[in-house]
Design a protein. Sequence first.
Length: 157
Amino acid sequence: MLNRKSVYALHALHRMAKQPGERFSTARLAELTHSPRRFLEQILRELREAELLHSEPGRNGGYQLALPADQISLADILRVVEGPIALLPCASHRFYQPCSECPNPTACAVQDALVQVRNETVHALKAISLSDLIARESELSSEVRGILRPTPYLRTL
């Protein structure tokens, strides 16, 4: 599950993508996204350091997207605020570390399965941009389609 930091980051960047070119103060973004201001300030700083945001100091300054919304994926955002997307270090591409519990990393079924999960997750997150979020919001608001819900897990015997 995503932590609160990731949720705040996603909502803040989604809000900025809806109004391209506009600068947002931390206080305004915190109010619009119902996020704690000080915590959001730290998140925005990290996103700026990762070059996803641009900031201008001063009274008329604020934050805005550093790239067009169609060039920022959910994977880009989550890697900044969450770190590795893999569930275990042995399944990570960028931060690989063998598990101390594994007697044979070249034949580990757990690692193999979790690498598959990681790869599919990264692919899905890369495929969704901030522009896609705006399009989804429009479809949902105009009732073109209903919101997706999780598929229930049905145990087969």
